[in-house]
Design a protein around this ligand. Structure first.
Ligand SMILES: [Zn+2]
Length: 393
């Protein structure tokens, strides 16, 4: 289904239905004519989620404890894939017999839906959660202060699954620009809607690809997390931005982008609206950051032209990653967006793409230095990685 991108792609159609256990599912793009004609016919028990966010007092960050996820579906046979469209003989998560892009609430979420988490049952140790307390990565809940060494709160939020294609064996890199635009429209739609839900502080769209990353389903899909706090990495970036602004009066993202452009040795792709480069201090063997040239806070703020060019450049980049090794590259692709209530003036939407592979058959393990101390050591110079990625075009 290769077709040119049209204006219609940027005003993507959407239809929402309810699954047998009450979860929401949304069709995007070429949706079934009458989605209600395809009800979820499965017998499903209600989703049972017990998630808790615990405050790590030493590191100043939240950790989500989600013990219920040990039972989730793990590497099912291809004909049991829960992300393929339903057929008469196989009822999956997607009731319709075909779809373009689908988003639905994860049946095995790390975070529980905000509505279900407002009760008092998840506040052990007397450290009750005050919904009015700041939810940043650096600020524990005020109400838990007297017990703040052992503070916790319900891990309220939402976890969604994004199916990029109905084709089980496809990958994101196989999509046409028009299909990729439908995924982008779904990301933007979800980012806006989830940011408006009670208690949500940050929306994170991402893709884990490959068994090496720990992906439990091979069907092409990504995920969206709506966190009840600002994540540790975003919190650190916001702090860097704030101190840089105090020192220089400038925006750190703008100046970094200008510095990379002026240096140019690590640039992989240059577009009218986007720039893709290996960062100066790359943590991973092959790591590329994509920034819109005009700083925007999130996916919703991108113009149609910027979205369209992103799809072209991103697909190009993913295909280069797949040519790096003698097999499809395992990767993590992470959208960084401005949190809901912090960083609006300074933060810059960008995508960070990296692979954990450093050579055919050789994985970069997060070992003693990285996992034990958080100190990364990268065996490939960022300039070499950028040169290699440029040549793979
Ligand atoms: Zn599948």
């Amino acid at each position: 289904m290769v077709r040119p991108m049209t204006d219609e792609d940027l005003r993507t159609r959407k239809a929402t239905v309810t699954l047998a256990d009450g979860r929401e599912l949304m069709y995007f793009g070429a949706i079934p004519e009458r989605p209600a004609d395809y009800p979820d016919l499965r017998q499903l028990d209600a989703v049972h989620v017990q998630s808790q966010a615990r405050w790590d007092r030493l590191l100043g960050e939240w950790v989500v404890i989600a013990g219920h996820r040990q039972d989730r579906t793990f590497q099912p046979a291809d004909d049991q894939c829960p992300l393929c469209p339903s057929t008469a003989g196989s009822r999956t998560e997607i009731p319709a017999p075909q779809y373009e892009v689908v988003v639905f609430e994860n049946r095995f979420p790390t975070l529980k839906t905000a509505q279900a988490a407002t009760g008092g049952a998840d506040q052990p140790n007397g450290a009750a959660w005050d919904p009015a307390a700041p939810a940043s990565g650096s600020a524990p809940p005020e109400a838990g202060r007297q017990h703040s060494l052992l503070a916790s709160r319900p891990a309220a939020g939402r976890c969604e699954v994004v199916c990029f294609s109905q084709r089980h064996t496809a990958s994101f890199a196989d999509l046409s620009p028009g299909q990729a635009a439908t995924v982008m429209a779904a990301w933007a739609d979800r980012s806006a809607e989830l940011a408006g839900q009670p208690g949500v502080e940050q929306v994170y769209c991402f893709e884990n690809r490959g068994a090496e990353i720990g992906v439990t389903l091979s069907h092409p899909h990504g995920q969206i997390y709506a966190y009840p706090f600002v994540t540790p990495r975003t919190d650190r970036m916001l702090a860097s931005c704030a101190s840089y602004r105090r020192e220089t009066g400038s925006n750190l993202f703008d100046d970094l982008l200008a510095a990379e452009e002026a240096d140019s040795s690590r640039i992989v792709l240059r577009g009218t609206h986007w720039m893709a480069f290996v960062p100066f201090a790359a943590h991973w063997p092959y790591e590329v950051h994509m920034y819109p040239r005009r700083r925007v806070p999130g996916l919703v703020a991108l113009t149609g032209a910027a979205r369209a060019e992103f799809c072209e450049l991103y697909l190009d980049l993913l295909r280069r990653f797949d040519r790096l090794f003698d097999r499809p590259a395992p990767y993590i692709s992470a959208w960084h967006q401005t949190p809901v209530r912090r960083g609006g003036d300074d933060f810059a939407l960008h995508l960070e793409l990296f692979t954990v592979m450093r050579a055919p058959g050789k994985l970069k393990y997060l070992a003693g230095s990285e996992s034990g101390m958080g100190a990364f050591a990268n065996d490939i110079t960022p300039e070499t990685a950028a040169d290699r990625l440029r040549q793979l075009g």
